[in-house]
Design a protein around this ligand. Structure first.
Ligand code: 5CA
Ligand code: ZN
Length: 376
């Protein structure tokens, strides 16, 4: 709320959805963490450039489309629309650039061609892989820089999260695919590499480089993306741009439900749209998530929501009458400046109400600007 010129430009990239089975509470929690960061930056007078991708062609999306007998493009389009509606209902600041992988296939092919030319990529059949060892020697990145994991853990996670460490012929089992040659019955694009489609990590590297100054301020996503996705996204950018991908990588904790990580593959999902269609106030969903610290893993339960609904009702009662007095702006700013401590921010409002203090117009504006909750 400074009245001077913006003091800096903060660049943020948050990994977007793969558009099937959106939007569950885990997605919402991750995007809300970064929404809080954006609100804090804007309040501090920073200019913010916010980019999000959408992985609108990928193996699990194609598998789902086949399983339910719809065209993959129609599945993606419908899910993207649902996701954007859910984000709007939750009051999230929309990205300045929302970029689909299907819109950047040609620039990806060109970048992969360059990596082949400079010896940081190699062909395996019709596919192209990233050479981790060559990149480690020739760029500011080294394996483990982002994830800080040991090799055994990396191998296990690569197998679990879209990698193919078992494939014969790779220079390093961890090397990720940059370009997938056309597979029978799957979508492909003609390119200077032949027919095919982008690998996963290069998608986010190219979109980030196209829309943000590198190194960006913060690269973000859920904790499940630490390895291999953010490790190799950063590696690709370093190999292509000669610079670090981001000043900081920030990962939101994972939301579980009924004892396991909420995930499309497990199917234990709680959808934002199901809750709102059932009459739940989206502000209560927002408050339920804000009451958790973004970095901690946590479990969604009925009680978490019930508590948030009661809290929203209490805040609304408090807001019906305003008067003069000290306000809550600086306690909220302090809480969020301390590693986005939203539970402390929420508790500060609760404490203010419990103390019998009257709501001020500045209180309501601060709660709206920093926590994204409109009480009027
Ligand atoms: N399209 C890729 C990123 S490039 C992807 O991971 N898509 S996703 O749909 O699976 O996830 C979208 C975002 O939600 C990612 O940032 C992911 O880390 C986050 N996410 C997924 N599941 C959870 C969960 N259970 N809790 C918290 N965040 C989650
Ligand atoms: Zn990503």
């Amino acid at each position: 709320m400074l009245d001077t010129e913006p003091i800096a430009l903060a660049g943020l990239y948050v990994c977007g959805i793969t558009p099937y089975d959106a939007t569950h509470i885990g997605h919402a929690a991750t995007y809300l963490a970064f929404d809080t960061l954006i609100r804090l930056w804007l309040d501090a007078g920073y200019d913010v450039s916010y980019v999000q991708n959408v992985t609108d062609v990928d193996d699990p999306l194609l598998a789902r489309a086949t399983a339910i007998g719809v065209d993959w493009r129609d599945l993606a389009a419908g899910q993207i629309e649902l996701f954007r509606g859910d984000m709007q209902a939750l009051g999230l600041v929309p990205p300045d650039h929302y970029v689909a992988v299907t819109d950047i296939v040609i620039p990806v092919a060109h970048a992969v061609r360059r990596l082949l030319d400079i010896g940081i990529a190699y062909r395996l059949g019709e596919d192209v892989y990233f050479d981790s060892a060559a990149a480690g020697a020739a760029s500011p990145w080294h394996l483990g820089q982002v994830s800080q994991l040991d090799r055994a853990t990396m191998l296990a996670l690569a197998a679990e999260r879209g990698g193919d460490p078992e494939r014969e012929g790779k220079r390093d089992p961890l090397d990720p695919m940059l370009w997938m040659g056309a597979r029978p019955g799957e979508p492909f694009w003609p390119s200077e590499l032949g027919d095919g489609r982008p690998g996963w990590h290069i998608e986010c590297s190219i979109i980030a480089q196209d829309f943000l100054d590198i190194p960006m301020t913060v690269a973000g996503g859920g904790r499940d993306l630490t390895f291999p996705h953010h490790e190799f996204t950063a590696a690709h950018t370093a190999a292509l741009a000669g610079r670090d991908h981001a000043l900081a990588h920030v990962h939101a904790g994972l939301v579980s439900y009924r004892g396991e990580k909420m995930s499309k593959s497990l199917g234990n999902l709680v959808f934002v749209s199901t809750l709102t269609a059932g009459g739940v106030d989206p502000r209560a969903i927002r408050l339920a998530i804000l009451a958790q610290h973004y970095r901690t893993d946590w479990e969604w339960t009925d009680d978490v929501l019930t508590l948030a609904e009661a809290r929203l009702a209490s805040w609304e009662r408090w807001a019906t009458e305003t008067g003069e007095g000290s306000d809550i702006l600086s306690p909220l700013r302090d809480a969020l400046a301390d590693d986005l401590d939203t539970p402390a921010a929420v508790a500060a409002v609760d404490a203010r109400i419990a103390s019998g203090a009257v709501a001020t117009p500045v209180d309501l504006a601060a709660i709206h600007a920093l926590l994204g909750i409109s009480l009027r």
